[in-house]
Design a protein around this ligand. Structure first.
Ligand code: NAD
Length: 504
């Protein structure tokens, strides 16, 4: 559904009998298994986007705070890595159960600080759990190779070993799922982790770290350092950090990749997106319209796999799709994430809401036709950072509504004449995260899947986020580095290989 990321995993919304893990008024760091206050006095407000009210503050770490946390992580990592595989597996299973038991606590905190709907927040935790479930298979994930008698009496075997301490720097839009994408494999492979969540909604990430520690991850193995660019730069420069896993916008991903690799670290940095949904004449247009509404407006478009461009092949398809989407959009309910029946909630900040509204104004100015205008929603301009769904027709590739990642509930329609034109549009776009085609033709689908330069493709599936045992990653400026997130690539990223040649 539009209000739920959807999950093949079964979930157990948990009434936890455990202690209240909700952060207090000041969110500090979580280092060595304990709450610690950042040493400086810089603080930022954390707001409930549905009301605009400040719910807590978050402390900004200094380079000294990062230094202290790295020291704790380095010491804890050695013992964690030395634990037998069976013991680490047992911890990962306990972690999996603890997250399920706290699913509702996590989801409610996500709603409070991020604004998404409760269903969507639950879906986020469940999708993150897939990465933990994959990581429970660590005995097979970490298996090496063996060749006997490569020369007379000589055997060769390989091992996968932890890289040490990993920094995980995450965006605001998935404060639980994205940290889980990273830390599941990082931890199971024997590394220690420092998570640096988004300063906009850090609470759920801190809660997650406490849940994992309570479930048996030893103190100091999983730490959270809160902060902004100061903390990120300290992590990127610190000689005690061996690897950096980043998810966020493309300009920051590029910067993190460049700085981190210049400092000799292994870096994977996933960036932004502009995901196209191509609809051809042979498609099921009702299914395509429902998919477009869900993928463009779900989570208010604040998903890196959100569809933001609908490419209609031929004017007849364009007119049909616009009619159908316009009528579905009229039923989309926008309101506080804890209220029943809402399809999506507010955007993350007031500035971001204004920026999204600005793209609509710029599009109209440049000659696009605003078919559905989110600024006309009755919650727009009131309490909370709400804006309704928008549909913009006759968008051309020179308009900012096309060129920029808007990260809001705005669907741009670009009209093309042929499937080849649609594929060329996708190929020419600088982003390469996801793309989908809705078609009734296997031949069209196959060409689209194999001849576009996109990391994740959906065929009659609008948001093709891979399940936890595949890997997630875009191409072009949607990813810097050479490994994708979670699954096999995640194991490779968080380990290094050793090859041992033996003669007795
Ligand atoms: P962002 O780039 O603003 O922030 C991401 C992280 O970088 C945060 O922890 C933030 O504190 C830090 N940061 C911000 N500015 C920095 C700077 N100048 N120097 C160092 N660190 C800095 O991203 P966001 O707004 O939190 O998240 C939305 C973006 O993330 C969108 O572009 C979205 O597409 C992208 N995203 C991508 C994926 C993916 O898998 N490719 C997934 C989720 C989100």
């Amino acid at each position: 559904s539009i209000s739920d990321s959807g999950s093949p995993a079964a979930g157990a919304p948990g009434a936890s009998g455990a202690p209240d893990l909700t952060p207090g008024e000041l969110i500090g760091n979580f280092v060595g298994g304990a709450d610690t206050a950042p040493s400086g006095d810089r603080r930022l407000p954390v707001r409930d986007p549905a009301t605009g009210a400040q719910v807590r503050e978050v402390g900004m770490s200094t380079a000294d705070d990062v230094d202290a946390a790295v020291e704790v992580a380095r010491a804890a990592q050695l013992e964690w890595a030395a634990m037998p595989l069976a013991a680490r597996v047992a911890v990962m299973y306990d972690v999996r159960n603890a997250i399920r038991a706290h699913l509702d606590d996590l989801a409610r905190l996500i709603v409070e600080e991020n604004g998404k709907t409760l269903d969507d927040a639950r879906g986020e935790v469940k999708r993150g759990l897939e990465s933990i479930e994959y990581a429970c298979g660590l005995p097979s994930n970490l298996k090496g190779d063996f060749s006997a008698d490569v020369a007379r009496g000589v055997d060769v075997h390989s091992t996968r070993e932890p890289i040490g301490v990993a920094a995980c720097i995450t965006p605001f839009n998935f404060p639980v799922m994205v940290p889980l994408w990273m830390l599941a494999n990082a931890l199971s492979c024997g590394n220690a982790v420092l998570v640096k969540p988004s300063e906009k909604d850090p609470g759920a990430t801190v809660m997650l770290a406490k849940i994992l520690t309570e479930a048996g991850v030893p103190a100091g193995v999983l730490n959270v350092v809160n902060g902004d660019a100061v903390a990120v730069n300290a992590l990127l420069e610190h000689p005690g950090v061996d690897a950096v896993s980043f998810v966020g916008s493309t300009p920051i991903a590029r910067l993190v990749y460049e700085k981190g690799t210049a400092a000799g670290k292994r870096v994977q940095a996933l960036g932004g997106a502009k995901n196209h949904l191509v609809v051809t004449a042979s498609a099921d247009h009702d299914a395509a319209a429902a998919a477009a509404v869900s993928a463009a407006y779900g989570a208010g478009g604040e998903r890196c796999m959100a569809v933001s461009v609908l490419v209609a092949v031929g004017d007849e398809v364009a007119d049909t799709m616009i009619d159908k989407i316009q009528s579905l959009a009229a039923d989309v309910k926008v309101g506080p994430g804890l209220e029943d029946g809402m399809h999506f909630g507010p955007l993350i900040t007031e500035q971001h809401r204004d920026k999204v509204a600005g793209y609509l104004a710029a599009g109209a100015e440049a000659g696009a036709r605003i078919v559905v205008d989110g600024r006309e929603h009755d919650r727009f301009g009131g309490e909370g950072y709400f804006i309704g769904p928008s549909l913009v027709d006759n968008v051309t590739t020179d308009m900012s509504v096309y060129t920029d990642e808007i990260f809001g509930p705005v669907l741009a329609v670009v009209r093309v004449d042929t499937v080849d034109d649609a594929m060329q549009l996708v190929r020419d776009n600088p982003f390469g995260n996801g793309a989908a085609i809705f078609t009734g033709s296997g031949a069209e689908a196959r060409r689209f899947s194999t001849e576009t330069n996109i990391g994740m493709i959906g065929v009659n599936v609008p948001i093709p986020v891979p399940v936890g045992w595949f890997s997630f990653g875009g191409w072009k400026s949607s990813l810097f580095g050479d490994s994708h997130m979670y699954g096999d690539d995640g194991v490779r990223f968080f380990t290094r290989q050793r090859v041992i040649t033996t003669r007795w």
